[in-house]
Design a protein around this ligand. Structure first.
Ligand code: TIU
Length: 224
């Protein structure tokens, strides 16, 4: 086992390379490009775009080390049969109807251009893509069994948005016994207050849901 110790809050995050996965949540055009779901909900997408570059560095380092990498995408079947009416109705009230036509195709629909992952973070062969209907990556997906089969116990979690899909996934993972490190500068919320609050919610009370750290702390450790 190759052991690492990352300077993190509330204390050092220790992991074995072979038992750790880098999880990249929903880095889809629908959250990071103009005209997508994120922007249609009334948000400024500058923060979600700004993490593409630091995240790319982490992804490169993880691939270099042979760390297991997993990508997720939020989205639905074209006939919307897997989209709860409640989710559909709330999106419509906000002017962001799931399935509505936008500049990148139908919003949050699998197979559409806007639903796919941004070019800079395109998955490589062998890196599973988890298509999820909800905010949490464990809900109604095969993520847990994929992690179990690989002997994964630790997750380094990145992506968007911090207060919605990233937090929900970390909470789900924590209850399933995974030790999660969230990278503060490789996650983004549309509002900086949500980013700050999310970081505090995770690492408070002795690491109630997990750890947080800046990506440079992980990168410094990985090059050793
Ligand atoms: N709206 C919002 O902040 N996020 C989502 O709806 N999905 C994800 O976080 N991926």
């Amino acid at each position: 086992m190759t052991k690492y110790l990352v300077d993190a809050k509330p204390y050092g995050y220790e992991f074995d390379l072979e038992r750790t996965a880098l999880v990249i949540i929903d880095m889809q055009r629908d959250f990071c490009a103009p005209g997508g779901f994120g922007e249609k909900l009334g948000n400024d997408i500058t923060p979600t775009r700004s993490i593409i570059e630091p995240l790319r560095k982490v992804l490169d380092a993880a691939r270099e080390k042979g760390m297991f990498v997993i990508h997720t995408r939020e989205g639905h079947r074209p006939d919307l049969s897997d989209c709860p009416p409640s989710k559909l109705n709330r999106g419509k009230r906000q002017g962001a109807g799931i399935g509505d036509m936008g500049p990148m195709g139908r919003i949050l629909i699998r197979g559409e251009y806007g639903h796919d992952i941004v070019d800079e973070l395109k998955p490589m062969e062998g890196e599973p893509i988890i298509d999820k209907p909800g905010k949490g990556a464990f809900y109604q997906t095969d993520l847990e069994v994929i992690l179990q089969n690989r002997g994964i116990t630790h997750l380094i979690v990145t992506g968007v948005t911090t207060h919605v899909c990233v937090q929900t996934t970390i909470r789900e993972a924590n209850d399933r016994g995974f030790d999660c490190l969230m990278l503060e500068d490789c996650t983004a919320a549309f509002d900086p207050r949500d980013q700050e609050a999310s970081i505090r919610m995770i690492n408070q009370q002795g690491g109630i849901f997990g750890w947080t750290a800046m990506s440079k702390n992980l990168l410094e450790e990985l090059v050793k």
